[in-house]
Each structure stands twice: as structure tokens, then as C-alpha cells.
Design a protein around this ligand. Structure first.
Ligand code: SF4
Length: 337
């Protein structure tokens, strides 16, 4: 058993219920205004917590109301989409009329979906769904073909059928990724209203989502599989074009750990051991404890436009890999798969 992921393993053993399956069993009422939706949402969150504590057989045997807390969440996101602040860029654009910075309008598109054998050992085989678009612009993006591609239209009923199919084929979870999944939260939640399997939901994210989005999706995310890329705002702005990175991402990791289970990924970058790896490991050990699942990743390669930045236009050298391992060991975080 990997510490910090007890609930996830409980779902896999049939001893716990995937959160969205509880959320879709909480009856809600259709209301007109966004204000009324948010008020009802706050009230029903408490009811959902009671359900999560009940035996899974009892929860799964409950009827699924025609309009549930999960439907209410979709309706909230469809309204919030008109002044989009799904991520901390807070573009404020009406995505029913035009696209935001992430390149996404109202519709969602995905590049591929399959049983992924290459994620963390506790997740595989993982049913990964790679959405297009991203809220970051990483100069070393390894998925730039996915991020900037057009992909297939993501229709909730089709995706739901695929999720049930992949679960029957042995998927241990459904893993929403990209790019980044945040800008597609409305589509993902609409999809989950139709999924029958008790499958854990993994949110494979850059952790730059807004507090508004966290408030809505944290009730359906079982594992936050979050990237912790940078140890300071300067590196984040230079390589990913984002502002206020440290404050947003540390806030989101703390909140995710309070309301769900977390796996932290840190991709070690050349020349960034002191400013990024050291500072991240130190913060994680101090604020999230040594038992948090921390995955130190060494697969950096200078993809996309990394050649425009000489200090990262190369792969890691052996001394940097050794140093990164020493840093996480020193902070007591050595629980790499
Ligand atoms: S998801 Fe983020 S980047 Fe995309 S439109 Fe909304 S606020 Fe902008």
C-alpha cells in the first residue's frame, strides 16, 4: 500500500465509492440564476460528504436522480464558461462566443484515449484521455502536437461509453490529461453523469486551476496527479508564460491534499536543481509531509522550442540526476515508484 492513497486502493478493492458516483446520487433542483446554483451547491456538498462515509454497496444501490448535484455542477460550469475563470489566467472571455488563451471554446476535443502502461505503478493500466489545448505555454512542451492539434469532438455520451469499456478491459482509473484537463471540466463532468463504473477519477493537471474550479471539481476528483514544475515565479514565467505560479500552485496542492489524495510529479530540468528541485522538495516536505507520494521524473528532453533557451536545450547529465535524488532523499521524500 502506498501511503496517502488509501481511499484510491479502497475503491479498487470495492470498499469505497468513486466520488462522482456519490455526487450523482445527491438529488438537486433546477434553479434559474448562477447565484442560486452556487447557494444550492454549497448546501449539497455536506450531503455528499455523508454519502462518501457510507458503505459503497449502499451508495451504489441508491437511485440516480434525473437532476443531481453532478448535473448542477455541469450547469454551474456552463454558466461560468461565459466569463471563463477555470484556470488562474482568468481570461474572463465568453467561451460560447470565442476561445480563451488555452485555445478552447465551448466544445472539447481530444487527441486520443487508450490504456496507458507508462504512468505511476499504482495507476497502470490507466485509461488516459488526452484533451487538446492547454492553459500553459511551456517552451519544452513534449505534447505540443496534442496541445495544438484539433482532435476529435468529445461527446459526453461517447466518452462515457469508452470509459465503461476501458474499465471492463482492466483500467484502474480514468485519467483526464492533455495538455491540461481544466479547460474541459464542463465536458468531463457531463461525461461522468453517464458513466456506470465505479472507476476512480484522476485529474492529471498543472495545478494552475482557479479556486472556483477547485470548488466544483474537488467532489469528483479521487486523485490529483499534479505537476510541480517550478520553484519560483521567474522560471514559471520564462518557460511556461504564467504569472503568480508559486502562490497558485502551492495553494492548490494544499487544498487538494485536504479534500482528496495527491500524487506530486516533479520533472527535473537541467540547470534548475537549486531554484526549482531544491525549493519544491523543501516546501513539499515541510507542508505536505514526507508520506506524500512524490514522483521525481528524469525524462526531460528539449522538445518544441527549448532550443531558444540554451540552459535547458539539453538532457540531464548524470551528476544532475544524482543531485536531484540526493535532494529528495535529504528531505525524506524518497518514495519513487
Ligand atoms: S481555461 Fe484558463 S486560459 Fe482557458 S479561457 Fe479559461 S481562464 Fe482562459
Amino acid at each position: 500500500m502506498i501511503p496517502g492513497l488509501e481511499r484510491y486502493f479502497g475503491i479498487l478493492r470495492g470498499e469505497a465509492v468513486a466520488k462522482f458516483q456519490a455526487v450523482r446520487r445527491v438529488e438537486a433542483e433546477r434553479v434559474e440564476t448562477l447565484d442560486e446554483m452556487w447557494k444550492q451547491h454549497a448546501a449539497l456538498k455536506e450531503k455528499m460528504k455523508e454519502l462518501l462515509a457510507a458503505p459503497p454497496d449502499e451508495v451504489l444501490a441508491l437511485p440516480t436522480p434525473r437532476y443531481s448535484l453532478l448535473h448542477l455542477k455541469v450547469d454551474i460550469l456552463m454558466e461560468e464558461l461565459k466569463r471563463c475563470g477555470f484556470c488562474s489566467r482568468a481570461c474572463g472571455v465568453d467561451r460560447t462566443r470565442r476561445k480563451g488563451f488555452c485555445g478552447c471554446g465551448e466544445e472539447s476535443h481530444y487527441a486520443s484515449e487508450f490504456l496507458h502502461p507508462g504512468e505511476e505503478r499504482e495507476l497502470v493500466p490507466s485509461h488516459t484521455i488526452f484533451f487538446n489545448g492547454c492553459t500553459f505555454r511551456c517552451v519544452f512542451c513534449q505534447n505540443y502536437d496534442i496541445v495544438h492539434g484539433t482532435g476529435k469532438l468529445a461527446l459526453p455520451w461517447e466518452l462515457a461509453a469508452l470509459i465503461d469499456l476501458r474499465f471492463s478491459q482492466g483500467a484502474r482509473n480514468v485519467n483526464f490529461v492533455g495538455g491540461n484537463p481544466d479547460q474541459h471540466a464542463h465536458t468531463v463532468l457531463a461525461t461522468l453523469t453517464r458513466v456506470r463504473s465505479n472507476v476512480p477519477v484522476v485529474w492529471n493537471s498543472n495545478m494552475y486551476h482557479s479556486e472556483m474550479l477547485a470548488e466544483v471539481i474537488e467532489d469528483v476528483v479521487d486523485i490529483w496527479l499534479g505537476d510541480f514544475k517550478y520553484g519560483n515565479d521567474e522560471c514559471a514565467e520564462r518557460y511556461s508564460g504564467v504569472e503568480n505560479y508559486w502562490q497558485v500552485v502551492t495553494r492548490n496542492f494544499l487544498r487538494a491534499a485536504q479534500r482528496g489524495e495527491v500524487i506530486i510529479r516533479h520533472l527535473v530540468m537541467p540547470s534548475h536543481l537549486d531554484c526549482c528541485t531544491e525549493r519544491i522538495a523543501s516546501w513539499v516536505a515541510e507542508n505536505m509531509g514526507p508520506d506524500v507520494r512524490f514522483n521525481l521524473m528524469f525524462q526531460y528532453w528539449p522538445a518544441y522550442r527549448a532550443d531558444q533557451h540554451p540552459e535547458i536545450a539539453r538532457t540531464l547529465i548524470a551528476a544532475e540526476r544524482r543531485r536531484a535524488m540526493d535532494i529528495v532523499r535529504r528531505h525524506g521524500l524518497w518514495n519513487l515508484a
